[in-house]
Structures are given as structure tokens and as C-alpha cells.
Design a protein around this ligand. Structure first.
Ligand SMILES: [Zn+2]
Length: 90
């Protein structure tokens, strides 16, 4: 009998790799932010976006994969909003 694959998942939190704000050099903090997107006819607000924020100057940094997710969400939203607008004005 083979030895079962021992998949040991260890969740290590490595978020605290001291990331410094390029603007002022302050250490940034994990936070949830609100992102507003202005589309042609619609404004889409996405809240609770995980990001790192500089407590000193307020610069916000969003991870690449998070930004991708948000973009997809906004895309969906704009499609829905467009559809709703179309049906409502009918
Ligand atoms: Zn800063």
C-alpha cells in the first residue's frame, strides 16, 4: 500500500512583509477600502476591498489579483446596469 500523500496545509500569514509607502516611507496597514469606478453612464462603488493603506498620507494599494476581481465585478455591474437601464426606459 502506498503511503498516503500527506498534504499538510499550513496557513502562514505573511502579510506583514514590511511594505513601505513609496510616497512618504511610512509602513502601510491592512484595511478595507471603497473603490469608485466611473463608467460611461454609471458609477459603480465597490466596498470592502482588501487593500493596504498608508496611515500617514492615505495612499491606497490594491493587490493585483484583488484588482482583477474588482474589475470583473465592475464589468458585471456595468453590464447589469446597462441592461436595467435599457429595460427601465422601455
Ligand atoms: Zn504614505
Amino acid at each position: 500500500m502506498g503511503q498516503g500523500m500527506q498534504t499538510e496545509k499550513r496557513v502562514t500569514k505573511q502579510m506583514n512583509v514590511s511594505f513601505k509607502c513609496p510616497e512618504c516611507g511610512q509602513h502601510v496597514e491592512d484595511s478595507l477600502i471603497e473603490m469608485v469606478f466611473e463608467l460611461s453612464d454609471t458609477r459603480v462603488t465597490v466596498s470592502n476591498v482588501p487593500a493596504t493603506v498608508c496611515p500617514n498620507c492615505g495612499q491606497e494599494f490594491v493587490d493585483g489579483y484583488v484588482a482583477e476581481n474588482v474589475n470583473g465585478l465592475v464589468d458585471d455591474c456595468s453590464n447589469m446596469a446597462y441592461y436595467q437601464l435599457r429595460t427601465q426606459s422601455f
